[in-house]
Design a protein around this ligand. Structure first.
Ligand code: SF4
Length: 222
């Protein structure tokens, strides 16, 4: 029986076909792995979207506090607005009708002297002196301009306010409220240049007694 002759071209084609088949299978396998990876990623993403991380109470509180602080920082204080609206002179010359400003300033200084290092919240000062916020804020600006106090901006109950500190405490402020000149009926006419019988601190019995009283108070403190 005659041996079947192998066609070399057919044989080559067959081999090429085999190669192509294998390459195709390889590609299909790769695609499958890729698709699986993508599906897995999508699943994770979906999971993340569906289940947001639950915050603890402490985390929630911290976020809320941070937000409140940010809002408060954006807010301008009444005093900052006043400083923009009023001129230097308007601040310095501020007076409250029917009130003796010197006496009022002395009272504020006395209050602040008691809490020298810690200062006092301005609202507490205004409450003690029965002043409105409007007057109190203007007074604190005036006193700061005059160099009697300094103001420190602080955040209190989510709002910005100020703590007041005494800056200079001249001895007269400790008892200026009982200084005779403040209520003296001839204070307008009184002058160091005057000679008797015109009123002058140089010949005034009242001021002499007052100075002696201050001196004895000061000695007792020591
Ligand atoms: S020094 Fe005497 S007279 Fe002059 S204002 Fe004072 S209390 Fe009055």
């Amino acid at each position: 029986m005659a041996k079947k002759k192998i066609d070399p071209i057919k044989e080559d084609l067959k081999k090429e076909l085999e190669k192509l088949k294998k390459a195709k299978q390889k590609l299909e396998k790769k695609d499958k792995v890729k698709t699986k990876k993508i599906e897995k990623k999508d699943k994770v993403k979906t999971k993340k979207i569906e289940k947001p991380k639950k915050l603890t109470k402490a985390e929630l509180k911290a976020i809320q506090e941070e937000e409140a602080k940010r809002k408060a920082e954006e807010e301008r204080t009444y005093e900052e607005e006043l400083q923009e609206q009023l001129s230097e002179d308007e601040i310095k010359n501020f007076i409250i009708a029917k009130l003796d400003m010197n006496r009022l300033i002395a009272k504020v200084c006395e209050l602040l002297l008691d809490k020298e290092e810690n200062g006092i919240l301005q609202t507490d000062v205004w409450k003690k002196l029965k002043l409105s916020t409007k007057d109190g804020s203007r007074l604190s600006l005036k006193m700061e301009k005059m160099g009697y106090i300094t103001r420190q901006k602080i955040l209190k109950n989510g709002r910005w306010t100020y703590t007041l500190f005494i800056e200079k405490a001249p001895i007269s402020f400790e008892s200026i409220t009982d200084a005779p000149c403040l209520t003296c009926t001839v204070e307008q006419k009184c002058s160091l240049e005057n000679e008797l019988p015109e009123p002058s601190p140089r010949n005034c019995e009242l001021i002499e007694k007052w100075v002696l009283l201050q001196y004895s108070r000061k000695s007792k403190k020591k």
